[in-house]
Design a protein around this ligand. Structure first.
Ligand code: RP5
Length: 170
């Protein structure tokens, strides 16, 4: 696939990849061209700046940035672009609370749309919803995806119907 990427997935380390693969799989499923790279706010600050300042001009529309621990990466990118930045806190230490607070608690003027700890799939869906504002085909694929979420609850109720308790009435 050599299309121009619309979404850039950036992670602080390849140790974040097992989580961020979920974002990549979801973008694949929604047929959204993306790139995926590692950059670190602390280990490669100059490269992060070059990426963030050049991102919009390369045709990117959304950045998904993931990091753990003192997770500066999403905020540092957001400080240097007007593209929407979706932050994914990675669970490393402290159950991911350190990364969650580092990413979500941005100063006024520099928002990072922060999803839950390790919630890489939600980051991809949110990126898709942003892109769907100007892409009717993608909007239709998202509607189908959202409809499919009902299936899990339909199955849950079928399973619950088989669970027996003396005082259960359904
Ligand atoms: C963060 O530090 C990375 O995003 C990763 O979650 C964490 C640990 O990185 P490694 O030591 O595994 O490279 O910057």
């Amino acid at each position: 696939m050599k299309a121009t990427p619309l979404v850039s997935i950036i992670m602080g380390s390849t140790s974040d990849l097992p989580v961020m693969e979920k974002a990549a799989r979801q973008l694949d499923a929604l047929q959204i061209p993306f790139e995926i790279n590692a950059l670190s706010a602390h280990r490669t600050p100059a490269e992060v700046e070059a990426f963030a300042r050049g991102a919009a001009a390369r045709g990117l529309r959304v950045v998904i940035a993931a990091a753990g621990m003192a997770a500066a990466l999403p905020g540092v990118i957001a400080a240097q672009t007007t593209l929407p930045v979706i932050g994914v806190p990675i669970k490393g230490m402290l159950d991911g609370l350190d990364a969650l607070l580092s990413i979500v608690q941005m100063p006024p003027g520099i928002p990072v749309a922060t999803v839950g700890v390790n919630a890489a799939q939600n980051a991809a869906i949110l990126a898709a919803q942003i892109l769907a504002q100007t892409d009717d085909d993608l909007a239709r694929r998202l509607i189908i995806y959202k409809e499919s979420l009902k299936d899990k609850i339909v199955k849950a109720n079928a399973d619950l119907a088989e669970v027996k308790f003396d005082y259960k009435t359904n």
